[in-house]
Design a protein around this ligand. Structure first.
Ligand code: GTP
Ligand code: MG
Length: 306
């Protein structure tokens, strides 16, 4: 820790916005959660999990960093995916530092990675390279990848990291505090995110849908929180959510035989929300068919992807 506590408040403190960018599944959300020591962003083994800008606020004696987790950059086929990529581009444009995250998969030119580079090359702020999942790669391989990429891009630094194990995270933060300018804290010190609980509830349900539904089905699913009512006297939160699918046949799969799949999704989401809020949660889930919602701008807006 470099903060002495004796320094005049706010004088030498640093602050800024740091964008976490990369192709889907490299571990952006895992890294955000690791830095904050709390689960703000949902994480699944499947690519294209994150669909929105997720701000995580990290405050310590050296200052405050707002980490912006972003949707993984990929080839968009549907309006939903275009929204996700637009979101990532906006995040890159608003950041003071842009972090390009890669993982242990081979980098194939002309594929997603070149789309990522296109976004990163357009920014004029400092860029960092992070080679994540070092625990799966081994030192030599991770370093080889780091060096190879450093030669091809203009990065201030290249770091090796494991978001799940925490390796390299302290050095990553040191590096960022070295780059960021002096500045005020933008958020109260004890705040971890600016996202409302209503949004987090939607994301937790979406995470469970990713977990319990197989193959491509999670990509056809959206969640809308229709009611979020706190009852402090009873230490209770009532949530009514609608799960949107694109076809009648998908509705059957989400509900499952005798309603079993939907029940499991509901139980898992409720338990996690109870843990996060410290309150009892009543969660009602309904499945609705909205044909091809992921390709329709009007439906996307209705579902908050706009
Ligand atoms: N072994 C290993 N796995 C990791 C590490 N970081 C993330 N993962 C795993 O990689 C998968 C994807 O992680 P996410 O954090 O959801 O990746 P993301 O980049 O946010 O993905 P999108 O939101 O889809 O763009 C999950 O199964 C994580 O547990 C790491 O350092 N080591
Ligand atoms: Mg993510």
């Amino acid at each position: 820790m470099s903060g002495t506590g004796k320094e005049p408040e706010g004088e030498r403190r640093k602050s800024g916005f740091v964008a976490l960018l990369g192709r889907p599944n490299v571990g952006k959300s895992t890294l955000l959660n690791r830095i904050l020591g709390a689960k703000i962003a949902i994480v699944t083994p499947k690519p294209q999990t994150t669909r929105d800008r997720i701000a995580g606020i990290y405050t310590e004696p050296r200052g405050q960093i707002i980490f912006l987790d972003s949707p993984g950059i990929h080839h968009a086929r549907r309006a939903l995916n275009e929204y996700m990529i637009r979101t990532a581009e906006r995040i890159a444009a608003e950041a003071d530092v842009v972090v390009h995250i890669v993982d242990d998969r081979p980098l194939v030119e002309g594929k997603e990675e070149s789309l990522v580079r296109g976004v990163i090359d357009r920014v004029s702020v400092p860029r960092l390279l992070v080679v994540n999942k070092a625990d799966r790669m081994g030192e030599t391989e991770a370093d080889r990848k780091r060096k190879g990429l450093m030669e091809r891009g203009r990065y201030a630094r290249g770091l090796i990291l494991s978001a799940t194990k925490g390796r390299g995270v302290a050095e990553f933060l040191d590096c960022l505090f070295g780059i960021l300018p002096e500045g005020p804290a933008y958020y109260p010190e004890d705040e971890l995110t600016d996202l409302p609980m209503r949004f987090i509830a939607k994301e937790v349900i979406r995470e469970k849908l990713f977990e319990f539904l197989s193959e491509e089905l999670p990509y056809s699913v959206a969640v809308s929180i229709e009611e979020y009512k706190e009852d402090p006297e009873k230490n209770l939160i009532r949530i009514r959510a609608e799960i949107y699918v694109e076809r009648e046949s998908q509705k059957g799969m989400v509900i499952g035989r005798g309603g079993k799949v939907l029940r499991n999704i509901g139980t898992a989401a409720r338990q996690e929300l109870e843990k996060e809020t410290g309150e009892r949660v009543y969660l009602d889930l309904f499945v609705k068919v909205e044909r091809d919602w992921s390709r329709k701008e009007t439906m996307l807006r209705r579902l908050g992807y706009a």
